[in-house]
Design a protein around this ligand. Structure first.
Ligand SMILES: [Cu+2]
Length: 463
């Protein structure tokens, strides 16, 4: 099985450039309580001349407000639910207090319509993160309930522009509205998830970002897509990848960035020839995503373009005492799952699909929050030995911890640093190694949100 490298090594010579002022209101002040309201809003995301789209948003903004802090700050947010369904917020990639992790019906009660819930937790890691609804996520994220969360670090490289590109893959109907008929469709759930037909970057179609000439730019890419695995290509530019899923990695030159749902990648670009186009190319046809426009009115960068020096990624500890947890992933279309256990009963795949909309299993068990998949002693070093025995790719996400990715397969390109979401190819075998130093009930699930909803998840108990 050939696996696609997460990031393709760049060949092109030109350095790129990226850029632009943030389109969001910047909420700040680490110690103040942020007010975040989930509600219904009509907003244009379908492009100029198109009708506004009925969305579910945080603070009427798409994406939701940028939350920006410094490492060591406390995040305090009062979340009000003005929707007519229950919701929660999960702070993706944050090694959080368990009771602040935002998983409805596992770590907290759902926030009912009209209610508020206060989240408060320390931010011990810097980098690019995001927050999103974690109750009926397959619908609530698809309708717009997500936003960026950025934590600055004293060791961040100096740049002229720090630009966050939050990308999404919407499925809109001919009226420019969320295609509601397809929400919950069993075909999508058993295949690659609910793929969209409309790409936005920061809620807009192919936005332009103005930058200084010769600028050094940090570009933070975040995928809020439900299911689509996107590939971003920088035309006329190469970039230095410096972080994956928030964590600094071994810097490397790239011209393409593959982002599975929920993944993030940070790159540094130096503008040395005019403007730069960023295209999404996963379908084979380049689709414009964003442009970085050199604007002479902004002047020219005075930063010296020193080599990029970032902190070393966290080193893998000794593996002498390793708790191995085998995870055999099965199910989905063209799969080999015949039957599985759901809520204590063994059912055929047909029954599971037709009566319960369950399609995926780990070790013959359909994921649900009432079953502990594994009980782990705190501070154990754990290896989730995952075998993707399905015909589909999956973006596997662990809550509350960051993991190292290991494999016996020398052809796999593995990250040197830690991640929180790993894209698995069909038939891939991988070990996700982490120190179980954060007590609580933590989900390990596919971030193709339709797969998670139909059984591809498990609860790990650490204490
Ligand atoms: Cu999946």
């Amino acid at each position: 099985m050939k696996r696609r490298h997460f990031l393709t090594l760049a060949a092109a010579g030109a350095t790129g450039s990226l850029v632009s002022p943030s389109p969001w209101t910047r909420l700040n002040a680490a110690t103040t309580m942020q007010q975040i309201t989930a509600g219904k809003t009509r907003l244009n995301i379908a492009g100029t001349g198109q009708p506004d789209t009925d969305l579910w948003l945080y603070n009427q903004s798409c994406p939701g407000p940028m939350l920006r802090y410094r490492k060591g700050d406390m995040l305090r947010a009062e979340v009000r639910n003005n929707l007519d369904v229950a919701t929660t917020i999960h702070w993706h990639g944050i090694r959080n207090l368990n009771e602040m992790d935002g998983v409805a019906n596992l770590t907290q009660a759902p926030i009912e319509p009209g209610e508020t819930f206060a989240y408060e937790f320390p931010l011990n890691d810097s980098g690019t993160y995001w927050y999103h609804a974690h109750n009926m996520g397959w619908e609530q994220v698809a309708r717009g309930l997500y936003g960026p969360l950025i934590i600055d670090d004293d060791q961040d490289p100096d740049v002229d522009h720090d630009i966050c590109l939050m990308v999404d893959d919407w499925r809109l109907d001919n009226d420019g509205q969320i295609d509601q008929a397809s929400l919950g469709g069993l075909h999508d759930w058993s295949h690659g998830g609910r793929l969209g037909n409309w790409l936005t970057v920061n809620g807009k179609s192919a936005p332009e970002f103005r930058v200084k000439d010769k600028a050094r730019i940090r570009l933070r890419l975040i995928s809020a897509a439900n299911a689509r695995i996107m590939t971003f290509q920088l035309t006329n530019a190469s970039a230095t990848l410096i972080a994956l899923d928030g964590a600094f990695c071994q810097p490397e030159q790239v011209t393409k960035i593959i982002l599975a749902p929920a993944q993030r990648a940070d790159v540094i670009l130096d503008i040395d020839r005019g403007s730069i186009d960023i295209a999404e190319i996963s379908t084979g046809e380049p689709y414009p995503a964003a442009t970085l426009l050199v604007d002479p009115a902004l002047g020219s960068s005075s930063l010296s373009k020193t080599p990029i020096n970032t902190p070393k990624p966290a080193a893998l500890p000794s593996l002498r005492q390793l708790r191995r947890i085998p995870i055999h992933m099965q199910g989905g279309a063209m799969g080999n799952l015949q039957k599985a256990t759901f809520e204590g009963a063994e059912l055929s795949l047909r029954e599971l699909a037709q009566k319960h909309k369950k399609l995926w299993a780990f070790n013959g068990q359909i994921g649900d929050y009432s079953t502990l998949f594994a009980e782990i002693d705190q501070n154990n070093l754990v290896s989730l030995d995952v075998y993707n025995d399905t015909a589909w790719r999956h973006a596997m996400h662990l809550h509350g911890h960051h993991f190292w990715v290991m494999s016996d397969d020398p052809t796999l390109a593995l990250p040197a640093g830690q991640r929180d979401t790993w894209l698995m190819q069909p038939q891939e075998r991988i070990s996700l190694v982490f120190k179980a130093d954060n007590p609580g009930l933590w989900l390990f699930h596919c971030h193709m949100l339709e797969h998670a909803a139909s059984g591809m998840g498990a609860v790990l108990s650490i204490d």
